[in-house]
Design a protein around this ligand. Structure first.
Ligand code: GTP
Length: 310
């Protein structure tokens, strides 16, 4: 039996991990393997994904649409040799990935026969300004989608969902558009019951390496962070950031791992489910910015001011 692949795409911070976590939590007995790609050197997403019934494979420090394409195919081959095989494979791309390139790679004859790409899901922040859909990366992520899931409707104003649906239609995207409140999407949409049919032909566009546009900067520390100082630091960095996420302890609550998220200009901090990983630095944060906008020296200077004793 072929193992269908669900490819989850969407811009930086759109809500992909939230969707993947939700569907893993509602696997209803299906054996699901998750492959997670973080653009940065530290794969925060793999730590934020809980409960993949068939394990989480983490691919970090590059993008599976460009520099890690071989790693993706090798990972899929390994998953397909598992006994028992997974029922489904979910691939979460990084937010800078051009899924057209991944779709092209998944057309590898062996992978196509054994693990056909069944569904491409694009997660889209409902509050994204419609004009942003003209951006080449957004367009590419939408164009290959079978389903577009509108996320963060709870944070957007009332008309956002309707506006976004119109903007998607204006891009002539043939996908089904659904609401995904806190990542919830009917699993029947994502995992069709019968997968014997051949996957629909897909037309990937021209190759556009994501790594030409964004860069990722990692910052780690062996000391906990001061929350008020972190707030100041993020205030300074925010105009330059496309995305940031991290795990760290704070001076205010030592021994407790906090999950930091910065997406679409909004920063959040929440207690993590897990204790800090043994041997890991006490603070690990990944920052993503357009190329040349933020230097490592500037980032380090701002972030070092957040740790105790500085
Ligand atoms: N309020 C609200 N927050 C959401 C929703 N979906 C996602 N978020 C939040 O948005 C932030 C980014 O979500 P992620 O799921 O990590 O986004 P992502 O697309 O995986 O991010 P990258 O992989 O870094 O591109 C997190 O703080 C989530 O908790 C939603 O429907 N409502």
């Amino acid at each position: 039996m072929p193992v269908p692949i669900l490819l989850v795409t969407g811009f930086l911070g759109a809500g992909k991990t939230t969707v993947v976590n939700r569907l893993l939590a509602h696997a209803e007995g299906r054996r699901i393997a998750a492959v997670v790609n973080d653009f940065g050197a530290i794969n925060i997403d793999a730590e934020l994904i809980a409960g993949a019934s068939d394990g989480v494979v983490s691919l970090a420090n590059g993008c599976i649409c460009c520099s890690l394409e071989g790693d993706l195919l090798r990972t899929l081959s390994t998953l397909l040799r598992r006994d028992p095989k997974p029922d489904y494979i979910v691939i979460e791309t990084s937010g800078v990935a051009d899924p057209a390139d991944i779709v092209r790679n998944l057309m590898d004859p062996v992978i196509l026969r054994e693990a056909p790409l069944e569904t491409v899901l694009c997660v889209m922040d409902a509050a994204t300004p419609p004009s942003a859909l003209d951006d080449a990366l957004h367009r590419s992520q939408l164009r290959v989608a079978d389903i577009v899931a509108l996320s963060k409707l709870d944070l957007a104003d009332e008309g956002a969902g309707v506006r976004m649906r119109e903007a998607i239609r204006a891009q002539r995207v043939p996908a089904v558009v659904v609401d995904a409140k806190h990542g919830a999407i009917p699993s029947a949409l994502l995992f069709p019951a019968h997968v014997a049919r051949a996957p629909a032909p897909r037309a990937p566009g021209p190759k556009r390496p994501a790594e030409d546009r964004f860069e990722t900067l990692s910052w780690t520390s062996d000391r906990p962070l001061s929350l008020p100082r972190l707030q100041q630091a993020i205030g300074k960095l925010a105009p330059k950031l496309a995305r940031a996420k991290g795990l760290f302890e704070t001076i205010e609550q030592p021994g407790r791992q906090m999950v930091f998220q910065f997406a679409a200009g909004r920063a959040t901090l929440a207690p993590g489910d897990d204790a800090p990983a043994a041997g890991a630095p006490r603070a690990r944060i990944v920052f993503i910015a357009e190329l040349g906008v933020l230097s490592k020296a500037e980032l380090d200077a701002i972030m070092e001011a957040c740790v105790a004793g500085s």
